[in-house]
Design a protein around this ligand. Structure first.
Ligand code: NDP
Length: 457
């Protein structure tokens, strides 16, 4: 990609459009990556109009190109003695403000487009936390569903046997994401230690508490999302108290979003997995969901066996037909399309908090903004997880552990700051109340300034 920035008379809009077109040409068939780029680039035009220095230094051309992408073979032998081969990925997107930081996703849908969209988003999210962490993401098309513990261990050990070459506490610090929780992080940490020797606790986050993990990391993304939505509600004189909430998914982010929303007085009436959703008009019983999903690793459909007044419906997309005041999409990308967004609006939704990454399509976001629904975009609303991961890195460096309350208070403060910085950036660039634009600009400027300071690298 040649920079067009030095050309006299190039308007900010032309500049942004030309970079977007070049990304599509250079990365064909990567629709999720294109979508993430479009969402951010559309917001940045006013920044380039106000500060042409970013255009002159080709910041955008550089920021859309990962610093490094690694693909690798992950061979392993299953319980039947059959050799399996998966593909591993790590995208080290941007290290202008700190070591690459971002989760690992194990899901059959994982490909270059998905890892690049997640890695690109991560740059701005990490910047928004105000902490010194760059952006990265990784994973594999391995499907953990239905695998034995032994198979999970063999796969993760093989994955780490290649990944260890590219990571380290000051270089790149992976964490969990879909399909990667404390069990997988534990096996990967064990294999890293075995290969490298020593006890470099800061190489991975999301570790178990007894070997260097941080209290509140498990809860952080879900809690953080609810803290963020609470800020949006309070600014309009609203609250979670007595509101009806729908949360999609039933994994790590969903469970702790349900937990915190309930603590704040809301009634969460529905959650889901990739097969279907449950509706419990009395309010979801979180103990049952936690046991089914965290301990027994069963399907959400089993909930109704213990709570017969609740209803299970096959097909996860139908969850958005349930009327609610607040919707928290916490499962996966593009789970709310235009039609689902319109339905939510017509059913009177007041606020959306994106716990998952890019859960709303560009068309759905448009519907929410046009209808003045309070909208907390993923890179701001779900930044609590990576923020507490960065706090885990700090504790590892200091060889100290903070209490649950200490970390939770820091998380709460970080989410309030992210909200305020996003509000201020939106106002400063003429888009008052639009947190999509505000979060993108606030996240971008910190990284762009660090890139300017470090020269063309
Ligand atoms: P988990 O693997 O713990 O849970 C994912 C949940 O989403 C499961 O209930 C899963 O169901 C469900 N799900 C997956 N695909 C679909 C689908 N197509 N439709 C409906 N439900 C689906 O992952 P996490 O909770 O960690 O991650 C959820 C989202 O949050 C992801 O977008 C992730 O990138 C994002 N995120 C996570 C962070 C974290 O700290 N964990 C931090 C920031 C963002 P099933 O079991 O059937 O697959």
């Amino acid at each position: 990609m040649t920079t067009i920035t030095a050309e006299a008379g190039t308007s900010a809009q032309q500049y942004v459009q030309s970079v977007y077109e070049a990304v599509i040409k250079r990365n064909p068939h990567e629709s999720e990556f294109h979508q993430a780029i479009k969402e951010i680039l559309d917001s940045l035009t006013p920044v380039f109009a106000k500060h042409p220095k970013y255009m002159k230094q080709g910041i955008l051309e550089r920021i859309v190109e990962p610093e490094r992408v690694v693909y690798f073979r992950v061979p392993w032998v299953d319980d039947k003695g059959v050799t399996q081969v998966n593909r591993g990925f790590r995208v080290q997107f941007n290290s202008a403000i700190g070591p690459y930081k971002g989760g690992l996703r194990f899901h059959p849908s994982v490909n270059a487009s998905i890892i690049k969209f997640l890695g690109f988003e991560q740059i701005f999210k990490n910047s928004l936390t105000g902490l010194p962490i760059g952006g990265g993401k990784g994973g594999s098309d391995f499907d953990p569903k239905g695998k034995s513990d032994n198979e999970i261990m063999k796969f993760t050990q093989s994955f780490m046997t290649e990944l260890y070459k590219y990571i380290g506490p000051d270089e790149d610090v992976p964490a969990g994401d879909i399909g990667v929780g404390a069990r997988e992080i534990g096996y990967m940490f064990g294999q890293y230690k075995r290969i490298k020797g020593g006890h470099e606790a800061g190489v991975l986050t999301g570790k178990g508490i007894i070997y260097g993990g941080s209290l509140t990391r498990t809860e952080a993304t879900g809690y953080g999302c609810v803290y963020f939505v609470n800020e949006m509600l309070e600014a309009k004189g609203l609250s979670f108290q007595d509101s009806t909430v729908v949360v999609s998914g039933s994994g790590n982010v969903s469970i702790y979003a349900i937990d915190k929303a309930t603590q704040l007085g809301a009634k969460v009436v529905a959650c889901s997995d990739s097969n279907g959703y449950i509706y419990d008009p009395r309010g979801i019983n979180l103990h049952t969901v936690k046991r089914l999903k965290e301990v027994e690793r069963k399907r959400i459909s089993e909930y109704v066996n213990e709570h017969p007044h609740a209803v299970y419906t096959e097909g996860c997309a139908g969850i958005w037909t349930i009327p609610c005041d607040i919707a928290l999409p916490c499962a996966t990308q593009n789970e709310i399309d235009e039609e689902a967004a319109k339905l939510l609006v017509s059913n009177g939704v007041k606020a959306i908090g994106e716990g998952a990454n890019m859960p709303s399509t560009l068309e759905a976001i448009e519907v929410f903004l046009e209808n003045r629904v309070l909208f907390g975009p993923a890179k701001a609303a779900n930044a609590g997880g990576v923020a507490v991961s960065a706090l885990e890195m700090s504790q590892n460096s200091m060889r100290l552990s903070w209490t649950f309350e200490e970390v939770d208070a820091k998380l709460h403060g970080i989410m309030k700051n992210i909200y305020q910085n996003s509000v201020k950036a939106a106002e400063a660039y003429g888009h008052s109340g639009n947190l999509v634009v505000g979060a993108n600009i606030a996240g971008f400027i910190r990284v762009a300034d660090a890139m300017l300071a470090q020269g063309v690298v």
